[in-house]
Ligand binder design. Sequence first.
Ligand code: GUN
Length: 283
Amino acid sequence: MTAHLIDGNDLSRKIRAEVAHRTAALKARGVEPKLHIILVGEDPASQVYTKHKVKDSTETGLQATLETCPADLSEGALLDRIRALNADPLVHGILVQLPLPKHMDTQKVIETISPAKDVDGFHVASAGALMVGQPGFWPCTPYGCMKMLESIGYDLRGKHAVVIGRSNIVGKPMALMLLQKNATVTICHSATADLAALTRQADVIVAAVGKRNVLTADMVKPGAVVIDVGMNRNDEGKLCGDVDFDGVRQVAGWITPVPGGVGPMTRAMLLVNTLEAAERANA
Ligand code: GUN
């Protein structure tokens, strides 16, 4: 058996088209949805990511501003800037690109963003809203994974989902989203005693560790859905995920590729959250 591909490029195109449509409707009511991105310092990867976020936004009709600040900006100055943006009714989404310089307390910075504008979904209020099933913003990567499962019409009720990784940004929110759809969820991590014994029982596996070949074919039940959140480089410098794609695709029922899987979905869900923030502010 060879697994069906869940094409993140294709699905994200559809989602972006829907965002463009809803954005046009909001603009017709005189509302200009706007994302404000703050980049502190000159980390090359962050410079690329933030440029992508601006390009994605403008292509779908959203306004986006990229504000760059020197690496030695004080934490107090950044917090003041965020507070000013919180108070600006023309700004709907605020995103502070991570990582921040070492002299800043990242969590304190995130908690300063108004939860109503927290389009990353990283604020404790956003995490709490997800936990109790209240409206809030979902972190873009696990949200995108849920959209991928939805796109294949997968019913999670009663299924065993195994999440590998327990980060605040992916693993933990992913587990809560799967639980909300009535899956039985297991979270695995670096101290898990027998990872393969658990993944072999799984109907759905989400690999979000940041390490190559965390999941190999012998660890997967035939027909399982495999979602690969990883973004790594192999020995030849080629982009690859956490999953041994060539091996696992022979066993799985569905699989997401890297590149062209979760990555474009993460980018698309930021647009969804930004639009949603503008819609809620003007409901
Ligand atoms: N750095 C890498 N990914 C992200 C992200 O999704 N949001 C923010 N704010 N910073 C990041």
